[in-house]
Design a protein around this ligand. Structure first.
Ligand code: ADP
Ligand code: MG
Length: 242
């Protein structure tokens, strides 16, 4: 049974059909990297998984819960789905520690002492214990993104969604963020990652999915998609980015 099951997913904005019928299953512990040209619907697809977008047709099931069923408590479901964005989206007026403690406390998951312990443990995991008391504007981009990952992990999610987590970073900071993501993958986290880091996808992904024009055009193990792409559009995309 897939941890994430997407069936016949369509999404339109007005007359613009962005997702044209996507089927995808992600197994527990699987790392799926989503690649494809700008505008192909990758971000929209990710946002449909935790219902940041209302879908036009189809179904999205996470942990056996239909995300779009009116009976589903979407806030509860989202607690289980961590998301990391290109632009970090940290709370600027909270310290690093408080950024991580906020959701578990606000949602009544943890008392302050437990939230603090959890946050400190996560900061250690992402190598930023020494930044606990600073504010986001005192961090580099790579540090901000590592805090954003720690913050998403604080809710102890089953699934993590990443939307181009390194695209806004200076090149020298990409590695530290990918390193944290590699650790997560190794620990068995179920992850869907939109990325332009083909080297990372090749190394870490169990499966690579190429999206174009609102469809998943080709998918397979990274060796196959990168080493022996079959679809013309995949070939032409990879020629441009590799
Ligand atoms: P990608 O992440 O692959 O670059 P997106 O999912 O961001 O692609 O966008 C796919 C298409 O959907 C684009 O044509 C974009 O203009 C359109 N789109 C995305 N979000 C919205 C929105 N909130 N309202 C209207 N159109 C949107
Ligand atoms: Mg995008």
């Amino acid at each position: 049974m897939g941890k994430i099951r997407v069936e016949g997913l369509k999404k339109s904005y007005g007359t613009n059909q962005v997702l044209k019928g996507i089927d995808m299953q992600v197994q527990e512990g699987e790392v799926v990297c989503l690649i494809g040209p700008s505008g192909s619907g990758k971000s929209t697809f990710l946002r449909c998984i935790n219902r940041l977008e209302e879908i036009t047709a189809g179904r999205v099931i996470v942990d056996d819960q239909d995300i779009n069923d009116p009976k589903t408590d979407i806030n509860k479901a989202r607690e289980n789905i961590g998301m990391v964005f290109q632009h970090f989206n940290l709370f600027p007026h909270f310290s690093v520690l408080k950024n991580i403690m906020f959701a578990p406390m606000e949602l009544g998951k943890m008392d302050a002492a437990k939230a603090r312990d959890t946050a400190l443990g996560l900061l250690e995991r992402v190598g930023l214990s020494y930044k606990a008391d600073v504010f986001p504007n005192q961090l580099s981009g790579g540090q901000k993104q590592r805090v954003a990952i720690a913050r998403a992990l604080a809710m102890n999610p089953d699934v993590m969604l990443f939307d181009e987590p390194t695209s806004a970073l200076d090149p020298e900071m990409v590695g530290e963020v990918l390193g944290v993501m590699k650790d997560l993958a190794r620990e068995g986290m179920t992850m869907v990652i939109v990325t332009h880091e083909m080297g990372f996808a090749r190394e870490v992904a169990d499966r690579v999915v190429f999206m174009d024009g609102g469809y998943t055009v080709e998918e397979g193990p990274p060796e196959e998609v990168f080493g022996n792409p079959k679809n013309d559009r995949t070939i032409s995309f990879l020629e441009k980015v590799l």
